[in-house]
Design a protein around this ligand. Sequence first.
Ligand SMILES: C[S@@+](CC[C@H](N)C(=O)[O-])C[C@H]1O[C@@H](n2cnc3c(N)ncnc32)[C@H](O)[C@@H]1O
Length: 247
Amino acid sequence: MTVYDSIGATYSSTRRPDPRIAARIHSALGDARTVVNVGAGAGSYEPAGTVLAVEPSAVMIAQRPAGAAPAVQAVAESLPVADDAADAVMALLTVHHWTDLAAGLAELRRIARRRVVVLTWDQRVTREFWLLREYVPEATAIDETRAVPVEVLAELLGGARIETVPVPHDCVDGFGAAYWRRPSAYLERVVRDGISMLAQTGEEALAPGLARLHADLASGRWHEQHADLLELDELDAGYRLVIADVS
Ligand SMILES: C[S@@+](CC[C@H](N)C(=O)[O-])C[C@H]1O[C@@H](n2cnc3c(N)ncnc32)[C@H](O)[C@@H]1O
């Protein structure tokens, strides 16, 4: 049983592709006509040319929409896919879950004819996100151990360019920092269940911080402290695209 077999059951209730983030990912894929999605989850952000999804969790595969590309249950470290199988390979918000990063990235390079696109986050930026810094530092601890530095990804991919992916204030994909301007969302269990760093931290450990957030929202303290955020339309919360051309 994989981690996502236990924490992924309600994933698709809050994790829907955001069109602005989709545009960035699809632009990073360039003119690729065929794409393999590794660590595909329920299939968010798969472009029309997706020919195969690779995903270890049966619970996540079951949430793929009807008509999505075929999925195979496997891990990145050992892809049951031929060399040069697609123009591009993408791996979105997944590399931090892999047990052998170097092996997984070598596999992405092996099956990509031209390009590998990885979406991840820069922990140096993300750890400063208000929810983590001020309310639930327990959740930061999980990401401190598993975050993959973008420089390491770039090196293992044989060189890459890094692009910032800002989070719109009304982001429809409920990942970690999606609700940066809608703080009360983090008080909802269904929202937390769609964010692995919160789901894996556990409700008991989160409870004191969430109680403080609840109180600060009720008293107006949060809005006073974060008046600057309310002026912004998008935020750099650390999300990064790592784009490598391979041959
Ligand atoms: C946060 S979800 C992201 C899913 C999807 N890429 C998205 O952006 O919505 C992380 C996914 O990585 C998968 N995963 C975990 N370990 C993996 C591995 N070793 N190889 C491939 N995928 C893995 C999980 O099962 C989960 O579906």
